[in-house]
Design a protein around this ligand. Structure first.
Ligand SMILES: NC(=O)C1=CN([C@@H]2O[C@H](COP(=O)(O)OP(=O)(O)OC[C@H]3O[C@@H](n4cnc5c(N)ncnc54)[C@H](O)[C@@H]3O)[C@@H](O)[C@H]2O)C=CC1
Ligand SMILES: O=C(O)C(=O)COP(=O)(O)O
Length: 600
């Protein structure tokens, strides 16, 4: 397996402070628009931005809105960002604009594929999908690029359900065909005799938000409603008088089928030759989900064979469909141009929902509708905040203790906690960030931490040390161990050969409490000098005076020793980075056996 090579360590261009917010967990971090400066690119806390990448002279992030968005959403976005509304961009135009944008907002009409993320040069930090389906966004590529994807999953539910019902009724009564006929001067009352809905069986496939609203409305029309959804809770179905059945039962019993699942590899072409063959002859199909859930050629054949009597389609595998598309032209098919979410009300709601999500994500807040990042509830985030900082700093310290040329492959993290259900995803991500960022150009956040670790051949194992006691404090300590490496500070290596650092949070401030087998206590602010010395009087004074002469402010000092007059490790917190010569002078103090400077 590949391993994470330790090159010369980079000095981070920022210094962490106790003011660090949860922003560091996410990729998109604009503290607020007024303080955001593109001319001073920073890593870690905020986006990697350069003045060359800036398209505007203001300090605000830039949001590209690539498809029509409701006014209320645009107003919200404009309060925080420079908003570029450029509709109908070609793929090439989108790719060339994207490196100037911090966020992109799309609906279903824009393909946000890998090329878009690659063209963004690392600047794009949030993609907002103003709607539900995210099949037009390459989530794997987004994650690999540390780009958060958020959607607006609730505001268009009713609109989509109403459109499903509109298509159901219009299809059953040939509304569209009859309308076209009368407009062409005909009066064909016998040709357009329809079928009734009352008493018929409707199978709702996909019993999520839209599917259940369709079911509720269909029941109001006097239909017998059954549903199939492998993941829907039976109680939810029962509560509205719908029976959940198997897929084969649903399609076998249905007079009408309505599709409401997302397009995924598992649902692609789920209506096909084989499944059409299992349906009742004369079944009628409504699709307001995605064109790709139906094998469209198989549907044409099923229509021509009379297995499917009629279909009503709002969505197509290729949008817009070609003019000679056989389904569009088919007499027994009613079509609309992906109008499910297109009501005034839904579009205003979706616009607000997505604008809030994108602005929140740009501010580094928790994104409640994140699609490609673990969902960590806001209250958990707040509670874990100091531990998040501790986790990143321990990772950062541990990796700086690795000797150049070693390959970091295995990191073991131990969490000592009385909480059996401690959510460690965020902590793990931050340790990964701490380990990878000082030795690479990769920007690591909650979105791409696990992916990046895997890519770099870094295996992070986690262990929970269960403590008895109050559940009030989420964590007693975190221990980070790097195995199978040489250390540039031998004292950081435990008896079993791993580099080991341990820390805990005291009064809300992260502290380093153990290095190897030496207990220390130094707050993790500023930077740290570690020295191993023979435990004897005067050492603190000697090192302190060298730092004083060099004008380096000491914030903290702590000495941990194995036994009096034996070996001791001195941890010195410093506000500024000492000159190389100062560190050399410290190393030359006769009783000092080794020393290392660690930048936090
Ligand atoms: N035509 C339009 O303008 C609109 C289309 N949509 C489409 O409708 C879909 C559903 O939207 P929501 O109900 O809001 O999403 P949702 O996530 O609430 O519901 C989707 C349901 O599909 C189920 N599902 C997943 N795999 C399935 C399978 N193999 N068989 C049966 N069910 C399966 C899920 O368990 C879930 O309950 C969206 O993904 C989107 O593609 C949504 C809004 C507007
Ligand atoms: O929300 C969805 O999934 C939709 O299909 C709506 O698409 P639209 O935003 O109208 O392009």
């Amino acid at each position: 397996m590949a391993s994470l090579k330790i090159p010369t360590l980079k000095t981070p261009s920022h210094s962490l402070s106790s003011k660090l917010s949860l922003r560091s967990a996410f990729s998109a971090n604009f503290p607020n628009s007024a303080h955001f400066s593109r001319s001073q690119p920073q890593r870690g806390r905020v986006l990697i931005l350069t003045s060359a990448a800036s398209s505007s002279s203001s300090n605000k992030p830039t949001v590209l809105v690539a498809e029509k968005l409701g006014e209320a959403g645009l107003t919200l976005l404009k309060e925080f960002a420079d908003v570029d509304c450029s509709y109908n961009l070609s793929p090439e135009e989108l790719r060339s604009k994207i490196s100037l944008c911090d966020a992109l907002i799309v609906r279903s009409g824009t393909k946000v594929n890998r090329a878009v993320f690659e063209s963004s040069g690392g600047r794009l930090k949030v993609v907002g999908r103003a709607g539900v389906g995210i099949d037009n966004v390459d989530l794997a590529a987004a994650t690999e690029h540390g780009c958060l994807v958020v959607n607006a999953p609730t505001a268009n539910t009713v609109a989509a359900a109403e459109h499903g019902i509109a298509l159901l009724a219009a299809m059953a009564r040939n509304v569209a065909q009859a309308d076209a006929s009368i407009k062409s001067g005909k009066w064909q009352r016998n040709k357009y005799v329809g079928v009734s809905l009352v008493g018929k069986t409707l199978a709702v496939l996909g019993f999520g938000k839209v599917g259940s609203e369709v079911a509720r409305r269909a029941k109001g029309l006097g239909m017998h409603v059954i549903a199939h959804d492998p993941y829907a809770p039976a109680e939810r179905a029962r509560a509205i008088g719908v029976e959940l059945v198997s897929f084969d039962e649903a399609i076998g019993a249905a007079d009408f089928i309505s599709m409401h699942m997302p397009l995924t590899p598992a649902t692609s072409n789920m209506l096909n030759n084989e499944t059409f063959a299992k349906m009742k002859k004369g079944v009628r199909i409504v699709n307001v989900a995605r064109g790709g859930v139906v094998d469209e050629e198989a549907l044409v054949r099923a229509l021509d064979a009379g297995i499917v009597a009629q279909a009503a389609l709002d969505v197509f595998s290729e949008e817009p469909p070609k003019q000679d598309n056989k389904l569009v032209q088919h007499e027994m098919v009613t079509v609309t141009p992906h109008l499910g979410a297109s009501t005034m009300e839904a579009q205003e709601g979706v616009a607000i929902e997505i604008a809030e999500a994108v602005v929140g994500a740009l501010k580094g807040e928790l994104a409640a509708t994140a699609v490609n990042a673990p969902m960590v509830p806001a209250e958990v985030l707040l509670e874990l905040k100091p531990y998040v900082i501790l986790a990143e700093k321990l990772g950062r310290l541990a990796v700086q203790l690795v000797a150049g040329g070693s390959g970091v492959k295995t990191v073991k993290v131990s969490y000592a906690s009385s909480r059996p259900d401690l959510d460690t995803r965020l902590l793990r991500a931050m340790i990964t960030k701490g380990i990878i960022e000082p030795i690479s150009d990769i920007y690591v956040n909650l979105v791409n931490a696990d992916y990046t670790a895997k890519q770099r051949g870094l295996r992070i194992t986690e262990e929970h040390i269960h403590l008895d006691g109050s559940h009030e404090i989420p964590l007693e300590f975190i221990k980070v161990q790097i195995a199978d490496v040489k250390s540039k500070f031998a004292s950081a290596t435990s008896k079993s050969g791993e580099i080991k650092v341990e820390g805990r949070v005291k009064d809300g401030i992260p502290h380093l409490t153990k290095v190897g087998s030496f207990r220390v206590d130094v707050s993790l602010e500023g930077s740290i000098i570690l020295c191993r010395q023979v435990d004897q009087p005067g050492m603190i004074g000697k090192v302190g005076s060298i730092l004083g002469e060099e004008n380096v402010n000491v914030s903290f000092m702590s000495v941990g020793r194995v036994a009096p007059r034996k070996h001791a490790v001195m941890a010195i917190g410093v506000d500024d980075q000492p000159r190389k010569e100062s560190l050399k002078r410290i190393g030359e103090v006769p009783a000092i056996e080794e020393s290392v400077f660690l930048k936090l």
